[in-house]
Design a protein around this ligand. Structure first.
Ligand SMILES: Nc1ncnc2c1ncn2[C@@H]1O[C@H](COP(=O)(O)OP(=O)(O)OP(=O)(O)O)[C@@H](O)[C@H]1O
Ligand SMILES: [Mg+2]
Length: 300
């Protein structure tokens, strides 16, 4: 899908972006944003607007309906285009590269970031587009709680809220807890540093005990800042020569969450089960959890 956006991005003009923005704003209140609202917002004449809308539909950036009235919705690709446009304009990224991961609720690509100094080298970064809201009921529920009565729920709010939640948390953890450096975010997209090393699930460690200690120590650091990852496993942990990095934070919970203890225990359990399975290292879940809580109380 993003491939489509990348292909046509250079052909999307400022007028198209204005129409997309109009639909995005209208979706706060309407499931299908009425044509009249778009006319008011863009001030384009009816014929011209309709022509542009049909091209946007052809390029899969929006979808339209004529029943019970003429109205439009933004499509993921259109929302991706809006976020990319903002990130490019801000100078955060200048190009987008290969897809490197598709999760249940996101699409992850490499991207190029220009150096802050005009003469410097470009760097490779990661852009994660959130995709929540279409299938996840908990997400829908969470978003509804943030919306006023007048506002209409749409997946773009779920995806945007989730991205903001993840980005804000990464900013608050970095660099105390080892996470990729957060760089920027807009709408449902987050730009961050490339995680160091490789995924724990895909790596054969030569000193597994040392890495397990590192992982437990990072869980403890997050805990001491009041945060539990709540989806930790070998698929969300990167390992490199000097340590580990945790990714994928949108579902984190605070220590005041009603299931905080359970979620902490599950994170620890997932990690220990993996080390048992792959490296035959045995540690007691309750002991490790107690250790994490104990070391936190010493820090306080
Ligand atoms: N900062 C990063 N550096 C390198 N690779 C990354 C980074 N962030 C994400 N990835 C890659 O993209 C994949 C998906 O990212 P992430 O786990 O954050 O999303 P997700 O949609 O929640 O995934 P899942 O549903 O599989 O847990 C990761 O497994 C990883 O391979
Ligand atoms: Mg993941």
């Amino acid at each position: 899908m993003i491939d489509n956006v990348i292909k046509i991005f250079k052909d999307i003009g400022s007028k198209d972006f204005r129409i997309l923005t109009g639909i995005e704003l209208g979706m706060k209140h309407y499931e299908w944003v009425p044509m009249e609202e778009l006319q008011k917002f863009t001030k384009y004449p009816y014929g011209k607007l309709q022509h542009k809308l049909s091209l946007l539909m052809k390029n899969n950036l929006i979808v339209g309906t004529y029943v019970p009235y003429e109205g439009y919705q933004i499509y993921f690709d259109g929302y991706d285009a809006l976020a990319l446009n903002t990130l490019v304009k801000r100078g955060t990224i200048s190009a987008i590269g290969d897809e490197i991961g598709v999760g249940k609720e996101s699409i992850v690509h490499e991207a190029i970031k220009e150096s802050e100094l005009a003469i410097g080298e470009t760097t490779l970064v990661i852009i994660k587009f959130h995709r929540e809201g279409r299938t996840s009921f908990t997400q829908v529920k969470r978003v509804r709680e943030h919306l006023s009565d007048k506002e209409h729920f749409s997946w773009i709010y779920a995806a945007r809220l989730s991205a903001k939640r993840e980005y804000d948390l990464m900013v608050s953890l970095y660099p105390k807890v080892s996470v990729p450096k957060p760089i920027d975010h807009n709408r449902h997209a987050i730009v961050m540093a490339v995680a160091k090393g490789s995924l724990l699930s895909k790596t054969r460690l030569l000193q597994p005990e040392w890495f397990l200690d590192e992982i437990i120590s990072q869980i403890g650091k997050a805990y001491s800042l009041g945060v539990i990852h709540a989806d930790l496993s070998e698929f969300n942990i990167f390992v490199y020569e000097c340590g580990v990095q945790f990714i994928d934070w949108p579902q984190y919970v605070g220590l005041d969450h009603p299931n905080a203890d359970e979620l902490l225990k599950r994170d620890v359990f997932n990690v220990l089960a993996f080390f048992k399975r792959k490296y035959d290292i045995e540690r007691d879940v309750d002991d490790v959890v107690a250790g994490i809580k104990h070391s936190t109380s010493i820090v306080e």
